[in-house]
Write a protein that binds this ligand. Structure first.
Ligand SMILES: *Cc1c(COP(=O)(O)O)cnc(C)c1O
Length: 429
């Protein structure tokens, strides 16, 4: 293969020949891993395609509804397709679920009643859930409605603390919340298989416990989803993996009919449930995004693995490491200094299709104890299936990197981040 043309292209975009050579040689070592990712994407693509065919998807389903949205057959079909893809009984997939946090809030508050207890057997949940549950005192939290919370941390080696989980489950334990992705915590992401083991253990302790999985960033990484290993509900955001970069808004809840119905009564109104909710012409994008999602996720995964290997070779600590199996699309890189974190984020921003000319700066974002820097040049605001990076400016100076609508763009983003570190004299090549 003649690589001159592509190298010249990268040079014309401002990448130093040394950075290009370093990155290209790293990519060469990843062919086998990438083949495995392509294999998974191929199977997941067929899974999504079959769900659309089985539900006789047609262009009548792309028509816009307004007002109450009665008889929105596009919405109803989208929910059937999601249910099939996740091997679940039913689904709630709505633009009115405005984010992942909102979808999780609806799933929890629809299914919990005063006196119930939530158990997180996998440690502290995602930051925004602290307010929802009321771990930190927040107006309108579940705690204010008399719902209590208990947590069992993972063991230092990342495994479940079976003994403490056994002790934590009692007659009031109504629901277990299981976060698949590490999010921005320093713990391993859970494989679907491990989630299955945890659910089996919980159900043995208490057969009627509702097992809810926060599936954010995990969709289509594996060949199976948590609903296939016993999860009663799986919840996520459409501006992450399953929206395929096309969904402009939305969240989903899939799972058992009873729990989906309870969630729907909370999202709209008791007695109305799933029967209402206009889709305003968004259905085509939600279907098309789901159709593209397996391919988009594969590109983001390749980007994460590429980043891990590039930065590992440069001597930085990366999590997961260059050779570990992947269960979500997030990559953490510990860069050891504020300058390096800022340079990395400036590289990601400079590689973006949108707002590439702006320069991200650390700022005091509400809700954070220290300055935070965020790089994103996305078509959809806040979309983290698109190439993005963020980091709190504090030791050990870890940046979290995710997304990329195509592998080529994810690769270029990483190359540009290396370029910025190189220009600053922070790395030697
Ligand atoms: C992103 C995320 C959420 C919340 O999603 P938002 O859409 O940002 O509200 C919850 N849990 C995990 C693990 C996430 O990654």
């Amino acid at each position: 293969m003649n690589t001159n043309e592509i190298n010249k292209t990268y040079e014309s975009l401002g990448i130093d020949p040394k950075v290009i050579a370093f990155c290209q040689s790293t990519e060469e070592t990843l062919r086998e891993r990438f083949a495995q990712i392509d294999y998974n994407a191929e199977i997941n693509q067929m899974k999504v395609l079959k769900a659309m065919q089985d539900n006789r998807l047609s262009d009548v389903h792309f028509a816009a509804t307004t007002g109450y949205g009665y008889n929105d057959i596009g919405r109803d079909t989208l929910e059937k397709v999601y249910a099939d893809v996740f091997h679940a009984e039913d689904a709630l997939v709505r633009p009115q679920l405005i984010s992942g946090t909102h979808a999780l809030t609806v799933a929890l508050s629809g299914n919990l009643r005063p006196g119930d207890e939530i158990l997180s057997p996998v440690g502290k949940p995602y930051d925004t859930l602290e307010g929802v549950i009321g771990i930190t005192k927040t107006k309108g939290s579940l705690a204010e409605f008399g719902i209590t919370y208990r947590q069992v941390d993972l063991l230092p080696d990342g495994n479940f603390d079976w003994e403490q989980i056994r002790k934590a489950v009692h007659e009031k334990t109504k629901l277990a919340t299981i976060q698949r992705s590490k999010g921005y915590a320093d713990r391993p992401t859970l494989s679907v298989e491990k989630i299955g083991e945890l659910i089996a253990f919980l159900k043995e302790l208490k057969p009627d416990i509702i097992c809810m999985v926060d599936n954010c960033y995990g969709e289509f990484v594996d060949l199976h989803e948590p609903t296939e290993v016993g999860a009663d509900m799986c919840v996520g955001s459409l501006i992450k993996n399953p929206g395929g970069g096309l969904a402009p808004i939305g969240g989903y809840i899939v799972g058992k009919t009873e729990y989906i119905e309870n969630a729907a009564y909370r999202l709209t109104a008791p007695g109305l449930g799933k029967e209402v909710g206009a889709t305003l012409g968004l259905n085509a994008l939600l279907f098309q995004g789901l159709f593209l999602a397996p391919q988009v996720v594969s590109g983001a995964l390749k980007g994460a693995i590429f980043a891990a290997n590039v930065y590992e070779k440069l001597g930085y600590k990366v999590h997961p490491n260059g050779t570990e199996d992947r269960f979500d699309i997030i990559q953490a890189v510990t860069l050891n200094s504020a300058e390096a974190v800022i340079a990395f984020c400036k590289g990601i921003q400079a590689a973006a299709p949108v707002d590439s000319y702006v320069s991200p700066e650390p700022w005091a974002m509400p809700g954070y104890q220290c300055d935070v820097i965020m790089a994103a040049g996305a078509f959809v605001q806040g979309s983290s299936i698109e190439l993005s990076a963020d980091a709190p400016i504090k030791p050990p100076y870890t940046v979290f990197f995710q997304g990329g609508l195509t592998w080529y763009h994810a690769k270029f983003g990483i190359m540009m981040s290396v370029q910025k570190l190189y220009e600053q004299g922070l790395i030697m090549l």
